[in-house]
Ligand binder design. Structure first.
Ligand code: ADP
Ligand code: ZN
Ligand code: MG
Length: 497
């Protein structure tokens, strides 16, 4: 795969080292308007139309902090179990970029919004707690679009629609020890923030972006190695690939007697390699200073209590509750709490059904299967949670067999109708009435004299065949338990005669 001159370390060498990873994750807050002005944040508008003097960085224009952005940032901080100090402060981070018209980013520096949080991940069955160092607010830059060569010139364009979009940056402690853990951490961040509706976390639209810091050290060593930062990883797959490459590269450098240099790198997914972009800048390069156009941000107890009051139940808590209350397996609880929509769908279905475990199987199996086949989200399911719960309830009550339910469900999915309507229309009710079944049983006994004799001679295994025949005669609608009982009784009765 590799086209570069760099030799990567062998698996044996890599196994002697331990990677150390910390992530910096940027998340776009789901506000309707920008962080310091009233321009819309909507995606896909014609270039440079969602702009005003503030987000264009025109001289003299003054920022006004968006209250809704602060509330979403607070929700994120609470969801990541952070401490939230009574005051934070905005700071200017100075650098030049063509799509940064102010010449600085308004971020937070030594007084961030929140910190000291954590996230729990499960990798290979082991629970790991990853520290969240800080969560701070900042504005996004615009976008540069490079068009290559045209009309014997080389063109780049600047679109400032994104300029001033509200972001939070979530910085982790260097607590991860493998690319799998980094992947799981980013996934947990994404699911949690989607759950509390802080962000869509749509990676394709850049609503979730990740920079990965990684170093390696000999196993057992105490000191961290020198890290490299891989910027702008815009998919989970690339995060893992870039980390695995970078770990192998750093080990190779050390094994050949070299030293890892602190630098900023980029990942090229086409060749599966990282390459150096620039030597690492330090904080002092940015000439941070307190933003003079904004007062410090004070979060009152009352405001925070209000935000806390509208927080939904967090996924980790929901998972634990589904295991405790409904007896679900850890894995199933994880699947069902992957999104807020799936967790709410399942919980409603479970309550209506009175049989949560069976409801869980139906949601994860039949429902998710059909949804996937049609490219639909669970929120667009033609079968409502109540209808699925009702179907499971009918199975539990013995009204329909599980087998019959498997035939009814796709009809519910294609029509949007409740199970009851389909059962009624197609006459699919399970036959448990002994009177109706006696006739069928008599026919089976008459039709299979050899098996009947064998059964009566003690070869009881032929009962399965006879039950099967009775089920076939009723097109699967007979209640298996009743059929079995009736057969046994009739066969035994015959012997006595
Ligand atoms: P910098 O000042 O270089 O930006 P920070 O201390 O702000 O470094 O950390 C940035 C990110 O790098 C954090 O997520 C942190 O956990 C991670 N990090 C710090 N040191 C290391 C290291 N030696 N190896 C891997 N990651 C690290
Ligand atoms: Zn604006
Ligand atoms: Mg940093």
């Amino acid at each position: 795969m590799s086209s570069s001159a760099i030799d990567l370390a062998s698996p044996e060498s890599i196994a002697r080292y331990e990677p150390v990873i910390g992530l910096e994750v940027h998340v776009q807050l789901a506000t309707a308007t920008k962080i310091f002005c009233g321009c819309p944040t909507s995606f896909g508008a014609p270039p440079n139309t969602n702009v005003c003097p503030v987000c264009l960085g025109l001289p003299g224009a003054l920022p006004v902090l968006n209250r809704a952005a602060v509330e979403l940032a607070l929700k994120a901080a609470l969801a990541l179990e952070c401490e939230i100090p009574a005051q934070s402060r905005f700071a200017r981070k100075n650098y030049f970029y063509p799509d940064l018209p102010k010449g600085y980013q308004i971020s937070q520096y030594d007084e961030p919004l929140a910190g000291c949080g954590h996230v729990e991940i499960v990798v290979n069955g082991a629970v790991r707690r990853i520290g969240v160092t800080r969560v701070h607010m900042e504005d996004d830059a615009g976008k540069s679009i490079h068009d290559g060569f045209r009309d014997s010139g080389r063109y780049s364009y600047v679109d400032l629609n994104r300029s001033g979009t509200p972001l939070i940056e979530i910085v982790s402690e260097p607590d991860m020890r493998s690319s799998e853990e980094a992947y799981a951490y980013l996934m947990e961040i994404k699911q949690t923030l989607q759950f509390v509706e802080v962000s869509t976390c749509d990676m394709e639209k850049g609503h979730l972006r990740c920079d990965a810091n990684v170093s390696v050290r000999l196993k057992g060593a105490e000191k961290f190695g020198v890290k490299a930062e891989v910027k702008n990883l815009n998919s989970f797959r690339f995060l893992k690939q870039a980390l695995d490459y970078e770990i192998a590269r750093q080990v190779a450098v050390l094994e050949s007697g070299g030293r890892v240099v602190q630098e900023t790198r980029l990942y090229n997914p086409e060749v599966g390699e990282t390459f150096s972009m620039r030597s690492k800048e330090d904080a002092h390069d940015y000439r941070y200073f307190p933003e003079p156009d904004l007062v410090p941000l004070r979060i009152s107890e009352k405001w925070l209590a209000g935000v806390r009051g509208v927080m939904p139940e967090l996924p980790a808590h929901k998972r634990a509750r589904f295991i405790g209350e409904f007896g679900l397996r850890e894995y199933d609880a994880g699947v069902l709490t992957a999104t807020r929509a799936s967790s709410e769908y399942f919980e409603t279905a479970a309550r209506v059904s009175g049989d949560p475990k069976t409801a869980a199987n139906w949601v994860m199996g039949d429902l998710m299967g059909l949804l996937k086949a049609e490219g639909k989200e669970i929120g667009e399911s033609p079968v409502s949670a109540e209808h699925l719960g009702d179907l499971v309830k009918r199975i539990a009550a013995g009204e329909i067999s599980g087998k019959l339910a498997k035939e009814i469900f796709p009809k519910m999915f294609s029509s949007g109708q409740a199970a009851g309507a389909i059962i009624e229309r197609e006459g699919l009710k399970q036959i448990s009435d002994t009177g109706a079944l006696e006739k069928v049983i008599a026919e089976v006994i008459a039709g299979f004299p050899k098996q009947v004799t064998q059964y009566r001679a003690g070869k009881t295994t032929v009962l399965n065949l006879l039950v099967g025949q009775a089920m076939r005669a009723t097109r699967g609608q007979a209640n298996v338990t009743v059929v079995t009982e009736l057969l046994k009784r009739n066969l035994a009765g015959g012997e006595k005669c």
